[in-house]
Design a protein around this ligand. Structure first.
Ligand code: GUN
Length: 299
């Protein structure tokens, strides 16, 4: 069993992104990312802080807008409209989940598709399904594919089982891995909470990817010997021995599953760091497309 080191791969991507920032600077452009956080969900706060820190490190223009929990939908839409018009901003991310009084779909629709670096806008979802390379692909699926490619895992023709059918991860990942060409051509099965005979399905997989948000869900009985397991879950479980009272675990019963795998991602340190790397990479792509310039590196 070998661990997939997401932190190291993410660092490599950040270096490429940094080189792209420098190339853009020579042409008078600076990629800009706006991140909007509504309310004070502690996990979201951490993610948003990490995104802003990495932006600063790589020389991005970065705006972090923190709004109170009682922000109205209209107010949030007005902020999105302002960033849509702002020539210094190329990427806009509204951190999910939003408070329940806000219709998340309405907000996503309001983001200009050219600046939708999350890839959640219907135009970008359609472009992913249509294999139009000008679209933005959600960051977590991109991060998963990047890890598989970096570790030389054959994707073409492989049996991939994705657990979870969210738009952010499961469904997008299925579309991504079945695209034609490099990094695609997989035979993808999407399993979910209503799937019957899950064990039979996952045991036939060369690659199992879990994105369900359920600690210890995937067990040793679910995977065949030599499988590759990618754990997208980030779950907080109570742990009095930790100074903040919790620890992070994935969707995989790591202790029992890992010995059976050829490759497996840890949590933390697997997919998590890749998501930010792909976000900044998508922002470079947005900046290039908006200004009609090309740099070597892109997602
Ligand atoms: N919340 C958890 N993951 C994500 C993500 O990739 N994008 C946004 N906007 N919110 C999230």
């Amino acid at each position: 069993m070998k661990l997939i080191d997401g932190k190291t791969v993410a660092e490599k991507i950040h270096e490429q992104t940094h080189a792209s920032v420098q190339m853009l600077a020579k042409r008078g452009h600076r990629p800009g990312l706006a991140v909007i956080l509504v309310g004070d969900n502690p996990a979201s706060r951490t993610y948003v802080r990490k995104k802003a820190e990495q932006c600063a490190k790589l020389g991005f223009h970065s705006v972090k807008l923190e709004l109170p929990e009682n922000t109205s939908q209209g107010e949030l839409l007005a902020h999105v409209a302002t960033f849509n018009q702002d020539p210094e901003i190329h990427g806009i991310l509204v951190q999910s989940p939003l408070p329940t009084h806000i219709n998340e779909a309405k907000i996503v629709h309001a983001i200009s598709p050219e600046k939708d670096v999350d890839g959640f806008h219907p135009i970008n979802v359609a472009k992913l399904a249509l294999e139009d390379p000008s679209g933005f692909i959600p960051c977590t699926p991109l991060g998963c594919r990047c890890l598989l490619l970096e570790y030389g895992v054959p994707i073409s023709g492989a049996n991939v089982v994705v657990l979870g059918r969210s738009m952010i991860v499961g469904k997008s990942l299925a579309l991504l891995l079945m695209q034609r060409g490099s990094g695609g051509d997989a035979t993808v099965t999407v399993a979910h909470s209503r799937t019957l005979h899950l064990e039979t399905i996952t045991r036939a997989a060369d690659i199992v990817i879990t994105a369900i948000g359920s600690p210890h869900f995937l067990q040793a009985k679910h995977v065949r010997d030599g499988a590759v397991v990618i754990d997208v879950g980030i779950n907080r479980v109570e742990d009095a021995s930790q100074k903040n009272g919790y620890r992070l675990v994935g969707d995989v019963d790591f202790e029992n599953v890992a010995p059976k795998c050829s490759l497996i991602t840890p949590v933390p340190g697997g997919v998590g760091p890749m998501t930010i790397a792909m976000l900044l990479s998508n922002t470079i792509k947005a900046c290039c497309q908006i200004h009609g310039v090309q740099v070597l590196h892109s997602t």
